[in-house]
Ligand binder design. Sequence first.
Ligand code: APR
Ligand code: PHB
Length: 392
Amino acid sequence: MRTQVGIVGAGPAGLMLSHLLHLSGVESVVIENKSRKYVEERVRAGVLEQGTVDLMIETGVGTRLKQLGLVHHGVELRFDGRGHRIDFADLTGGKGITIYAQHEVVRDLTDARLADGGQVIFEVDDVSIHDFDGTRLRITYRKDGAPHQIECDFIAGCDGFHGICRPTIPAGVLTAFERVYPFAWLGILAEVAPSSDELIYASHERGFALHSMRSQQLTRLYIQCAPDEQIEAWPDARIWDEMHRRFATHDEWKLHEGPVVQKGITEMRSFVVEPMQYGNLFLAGDAAHIVPPTGAKGLNLAIADVRVLARALAEFYRRGSRDALNRYSDVCLRRVWKVQRFSWWMTSMLHRFEDDNAFDRRRQLAELDYVTNSRAGSQSLAENYVGLPMEL
Ligand code: APR
Ligand code: PHB
C-alpha cells in the first residue's frame, strides 16, 4: 500500500491529524494495534479547551459534542473546607471549557474518517517503522497473521507514551526531560448525578481530590494515592469514605454516592522529548510528551501538536516548502513547555508530597489563598485552563 502520510496510533492525535490532512487534500492511513471497540470505550480524560471545541466544530466533527458536551464557565478550588470559584468567563473574556469524554472524541473522529473514505486499520500487530531518516519510508505490520507494508513520504508517530515510534529513533538524537511524582490518582466512574455543576479541585491534609463528571448521570472522581497502590486494597466503601473526608466543607454540601462502574489507578508524570522530529518522522501527542492530569491538558496538547503538523504537511504538498516542517518541533515545544509548567504548577499546588513539612503546607495554602483572591492570580490560572492561544 502507498500513501502520503503513514500514521501510527488511532488516539486523538492520530485521528485528528488524519482528519485535518484529509480536509487539506492530503492522503493518510492510520494503523492501530487495539480494536475499534477498545479505543472507543477506553476511559480517559474529559475536558476540552475552547480551542479544541472550536476546531472540532469548524472541521465538521462537532455535532455530538454540541449535543452532549457540558459547557462550564468556571471551576472550584476547595481548601480549608471552603469552595472558591474561578470564573473563567469573567477572567478570559467569555471563554470556557467543555466536558466531553476523550473516547467520544475518538468515536466522532473515527466515524468521520470512515465516512470520508479514510483508512483506519485496527488490530494490527508487530508494527515497525523503517528508513524514516531517508526517503524510502515504510511502516510494516501484521494483520490477521499476514505481513503488510505501507510506503509513505512521512510518518507521524501518534502512538502514545508506550508506542514504538519514539524508541525507534537512534540513541543520542533525542533528549528526554522527566519528572515522576511520588503519588498516583485513583479514579472512579460512578452512576450518580454530579454533586456540583462544576469541577472541584480539592486540596486536603489527606491529599488531593477531584470531582468531575461525564454527563448529568455520571460522576468522575479521583483521589491522590500512593504510586504503588493496589486497586484491590480499595473496596468501594473505602474509596467513598476517603472522598467524603477530602471534599468535606463547613456547610451543607454533600457528595452523592452511586454504583461504581469503573475504577483504576493513573500514574503521574511530566515528560518531554526534544526535538519532536527526526528526518521524516514526526512525533505528536503522548508519544512526545506526558503531563500529569491535574491541568486536564494531555488531550488538548495532542490536538495542538497535530494542528501544527497538519498545516506544515499541507504546506509541503501545496508549495513544496519544508520550512514549516522544519519548524514543527520548535513551534510545538513553546506550547508544550508552557503547558508542562502549568500542569506541574497545578499538581504542586494541590497535592501532598511525602516530604512535605508544616512550612510547605502553609505555603500551599497561601498560594491557594492568593490564586483565589487576587484577580491576577485567578486570571493566570483561568487563561491557562481554558487554553493558551494557538500559535501556528
Ligand atoms: N502500533 C499501533 N498503534 C499503537 C502502537 C503501535 N505500536 N502503540 C500504541 N498504539 C496506539 C494506542 O493503542 C492508542 O490508541 O496509539 C494510540 C495512542 O493514543 P493515546 O495514548 O490516546 O495518545 P494521543 O493520541 O497522543 O492522545 C493524547 O492525552 O488525555 C491524554 O493520555 C491521554 O490519550 C490521551 C492523550
Ligand atoms: C476528568 O474528567 O477525567 C478530568 C477532569 C479534570 C482533570 C483531569 C481529569 O484535571
